[in-house]
Design a protein around this ligand. Sequence first.
Ligand SMILES: [Zn+2]
Ligand SMILES: [Zn+2]
Length: 297
Amino acid sequence: MNPKITFLGTGDAIPTRSRNHTAILYSLAGENILIDCGEGTQRQFRKANLSPTKLTRILITHWHGDHILGLPGLLQTLAMSDYQRTLELYGPKGTKKTIEQLKIITGNIKINMNVHEISSGIIEKTNDLEISALSMKHGPPSVAFAINVRDKIRLDKAKMKKLKIKPGPHLKQLQEGKDITYEGKKVKTSQITYHQPGKKVAIIMDTLFNPNALKIANKADLLITESSFSQQDVALAQSHNHLTAAQAAEIAKLSKSKKLILTHVGQRYPDKSVLLNEAKKIFKNTELVRDLDVIEV
Ligand SMILES: [Zn+2]
Ligand SMILES: [Zn+2]
């Protein structure tokens, strides 16, 4: 069970012919979590042959236009598509008020939606996932997210067959780490189960380099960051509260992450290899994504 990440939009504040504004879809076992929703995101869903009605949650990093202008249209489409779920929406301080203000454009949004204003710490726990957030430094209230697939005890089907153990409620006990007696014989949980370590995906969008970025990225299997600027424009990046690609790579390296993905790619650089190469010099396992790229973690 590995998370699948679809990069619906990989551009920065100004879109280009080939790059839409930021939107990232995280999918795993019935969960479809959208991280940011730049203008045009619902069309990007169509281009990726995905349906927004499967969305379960939306995480907003901050309320800058290039991360949220797709939200009113997407919510209206969900309402017109008879969306049956309850949409859970999480964002930094001010999110509740801003959602209310969106209704000036959308009218009453006729779907079930819970709005969560979050700051730091664990913001959601399900059977499979744990989602946490930490505040970033970008001017308006902003957060970065980590989505963890929780560690699981799994059944080894080959070993079950060998020991002639059939399905039934006793399997649940074994998965809970309890030894059982099965048809008169003792079966230890360690005989037929194995530990499947979780997977961590961290998403850091617009921010200055800051200690919380290292914390949220800590030992991520996949770290996704913005890359609006090259190190040659570090002063400009600083004044706009953004990371450079080199700083993103520093975060990956210092946090001991396994892989770095650069997105929110600076449109000011016609040749994107400038960004990729400077990051790779610091952190080798780096990729720069394009719209509609899919990565399995
Ligand atoms: Zn942005
Ligand atoms: Zn921003």
